[in-house]
Write a new protein. Structure first.
Length: 472
């Protein structure tokens, strides 16, 4: 009689040794996939809705393919190489940086080349041990503020993509944005968005597994039905008109794979701006990964007696490779997903669960037509929900201590108000070092943070500096 405990699979993944079973690992892999499968829809929506410096947009079908491809490959690699129940996919927040910070300044291949550089830099930091050094240099409250700011920024993008918030045409007064198209909500597509937000938050409040994905699917079906029975102009839906696809299964389109320029961005923007953009990507990826790896490992009971994650070096190196792979395939930087905790909740304790999750992403490669029928109004509620999840970090910030609360506030507020993640991080870092200095606590600030703040000072003052130097 076959005994799984004596099989090579069990020995390699330490399934029995970690108190798990093959059935639990499979269930865990399924749970993780269904809680994060929304990225197959959201990543194409976020990247596909943006234009690069030259007005070019990426194909939704090709984006769906590369999103599934990199997630499939790197999640399996994480399972086999890191032996942790961690899934990997395009990072929310990271794709916003690529779409709304990098692309407007350069071409898409140049932007993806910077993502590859960021991934390579992460690998170098891991190998040299500097990743932990930088981790310790930035106060925990600022790391949390960065997550909160990105959450608000993503939620704002969701409201804008759905048309819930619009810019007032030609407005130069004190109110730059408004509710809906004319100060009020109207139209069937807007109803889809509003119902989607209510459905998403209701499912989340009920702690339904896969709440975000279920909401996207349900509201897409509603949108398809409404579009069939109501007289709605195609332009009202935006980029994607909901309609039953001619084919559900299709051959994946790998046209974006390899479409990146490693050094092209150097010809498009200044060195200081380029360094700060790469730093923004690095920072967002860097700390999300550390928090996710520790959080999921702790939930699974895998931390050792010193609170360390098993095989941490390999896990962080694989995460860095995933970032570079995402850029090389034009899927944006890939990173570890906190939704992996759903699989842990189902009993997953090993990397075999990640192999299962990766296999499901590979299957999704052939279902890309389904992702290309989702209108922004059905997907945008997920951005609002993700904004809420990231916003939850705000509770950990000590708002009674001005020396950390003010920099945290500026980090959070400047991101959505200037539509820039880079600006938010810069404002927070500068405020932090200045406040520490005026309080006579300059020595408490790590030299890496002083150096970063100096770069941001140059970034914000680049125009007068260029005038003084006669650069233009």
């Amino acid at each position: 009689m076959f005994d799984i405990r004596t099989s090579p699979v069990d020995r390699y993944f330490e399934i029995s040794a970690r108190g798990s079973t093959l059935g639990r690992e499979i269930r865990g892999g399924l749970a993780t996939f269904f809680t994060m499968a929304y990225i197959l829809v959201l990543n194409p929506i976020i990247l596909g809705s943006a234009e690069d410096k030259f007005g070019h947009q990426l194909s939704g079908a090709q984006l769906a393919t590369v999103t599934a491809l990199v997630a499939a490959v790197m999640t399996v690699v994480m399972g086999v190489g890191g032996n942790l129940p961690l899934a990997v996919a395009a990072g929310l927040g990271l794709n916003a940086v690529v779409a709304f910070q990098l692309a407007p300044l350069m071409s898409w291949p140049d932007a993806m080349g910077l993502v590859v550089l960021e991934g390579i830099l992460i690998c170098v930091l891991v190998v040299t041990g500097l990743r932990e050094a930088v981790m310790h240099a930035i106060p925990q409250a600022l790391k949390q503020a960065i997550s909160v700011g990105i959450g608000l920024f993503i939620a704002f993008i969701g409201f804008i993509d759905a048309g819930f918030v619009t810019r007032i045409p030609g407005e130069t007064g004190t109110v730059p944005v408004q509710l809906g198209a004319g100060g009020h909500l109207s139209g069937w597509p807007m109803l889809v968005f509003c119902l989607g937000v209510l459905l998403t938050v209701a499912l989340m409040a009920r702690k339904v597994k896969g709440a975000i994905l279920l909401s996207i699917v349900a509201m897409t079906l509603v949108a398809i039905v409404i579009n069939e029975i109501a007289d709605i102009p195609a332009a009202a839906w935006g980029l994607t008109v909901p309609a039953v696809p001619e084919d559900i299964v299709a051959a994946p389109d790998f046209g974006l794979v390899g479409s990146f320029s490693l050094l092209g961005a150097f010809e498009q923007i200044g060195v200081v701006t380029l360094v700060l953009l790469v730093f923004t990507l690095l920072l967002s990826d860097f700390f999300d990964t550390m928090g996710t790896v520790v959080g999921v490992s702790s939930e699974a009971g895998l931390l050792d007696e010193n609170g360390k994650v098993p095989h941490l070096g390999r896990v962080l190196l694989i995460d860095g490779v995933a970032a570079a792979a995402g850029g090389a395939a034009s899927a944006s930087s890939n990173t570890s997903y906190i939704e992996s905790a759903a699989g842990v909740g189902e009993g997953a304790r090993t990397g075999f669960a990640s192999v299962v999750t990766g296999g499901l992403f590979a299957l999704a490669l052939f279902l890309t037509p389904l992702a290309t029928v989702v209108p922004a109004q059905a997907a945008a509620p997920a951005l609002v929900a993700v904004g809420f999840l990231l916003m939850a970090q705000v509770r950990h910030i000590d708002w009674t201590s001005y020396e950390i609360a003010i920099p945290a506030f500026l980090t959070i507020a400047v991101m959505p108000f200037t539509y820039s993640i880079t600006n938010g991080i810069g404002a927070g870092f500068l405020a932090y070092v200045v406040i520490k200095a005026v309080l006579g606590k300059a020595r408490e600030v790590h030299w890496l943070l002083w150096g970063t703040a100096a770069l941001f000072a140059v970034y914000f003052a680049i125009d007068p500096i260029e005038q003084l130097l006669g650069v233009r």
